[in-house]
Design a protein around this ligand. Structure first.
Ligand code: C5P
Length: 220
């Protein structure tokens, strides 16, 4: 019997991975894994417990005990809905800190692999193709210029009525890219077998259609 198929989509912050991965999953009828949400949940749980985010053993224990639940677009920590709480700027920064701790990454590995269920999985993050699902049938490195990503984030925030300057967003994205790319464990990089998809001039729908086409081309 062949393994349950996985499409691994990795890339930097605000590259549109989430929207694209969900659309690919919808079109193929596959499950969807937002691995970044797990790091965000660990960060939120750790901050709520008042844990020192640099205390690797303690944060890894929190990651191992994490009571996370996904229901459609909603995310729960225990019984509490934290869909918006995990998207704040403070939580983004804390998530990228705890994601740099090897024991935290190890503690989340089993949970991520357990998401691989029939008929298939679209997994999105930074190390889906390199570490979590190295045998994924299709690996995509999704990116866009920092300027395009900052503009998309700016538009999203404006729609939510949140004020932010383009220059500050661009700086924040560059800082996060550098942290994610330079860390010693599971750094963000295009893995050898991954296809590069630059979405600077593409809509999310066009990017999703390309990925579905690649998948079908290789499997049908
Ligand atoms: O993708 P998202 O921005 O929600 O991820 C939040 C943080 O979690 C990222 O800044 C990154 O440091 C970390 N992350 C990771 N590995 C993943 C997914 C996310 O290190 N597979």
């Amino acid at each position: 019997m062949s393994a349950v198929p996985v499409i691994a989509i990795d890339g930097p912050s605000a590259s549109g991975k989430g929207t694209v991965a969900q659309e690919v999953a919808r079109q193929l009828g596959f499950h969807y894994l937002d691995s970044g949400a797990l790091y965000r949940l660990v960060a939120l749980a750790a901050m709520r417990e008042g844990a020192d985010l640099g205390d690797e053993a303690r944060v890894a224990q929190i990651a191992g005990d994490l009571s996370a639940r996904f229901e459609g677009a909603e995310v729960f920590l225990g019984d509490e809905r934290v869909t918006d709480a995990i998207r704040t700027e403070a939580c983004s920064i804390a998530a990228s800190r705890v994601a740099g701790l090897p024991a935290v990454r190890r503690a989340l590995l089993g949970r991520q692999r357990a998401a691989r269920r029939a008929p298939g999985l679209v997994a999105e993050g930074r190390d889906m193709g390199s570490v979590v699902f190295p045998d994924a049938g299709l690996k995509v490195f999704l990116t866009a210029s920092a300027e395009a990503r900052a503009e998309r984030r700016h538009k999203q925030l404006k729609e939510k009525g949140i004020a932010a300057t383009l220059a500050a967003l661009l700086q924040d994205l560059r800082d996060r890219d550098a942290r994610d790319a330079l860390r010693s464990v599971a750094p963000l990089k295009q893995s050898p077998g991954a296809r590069l998809l630059d979405t600077t001039a593409l809509s999310a729908g066009q990017a999703a259609a390309l990925i579905v086409g690649w998948y079908r081309g290789a499997n049908e």
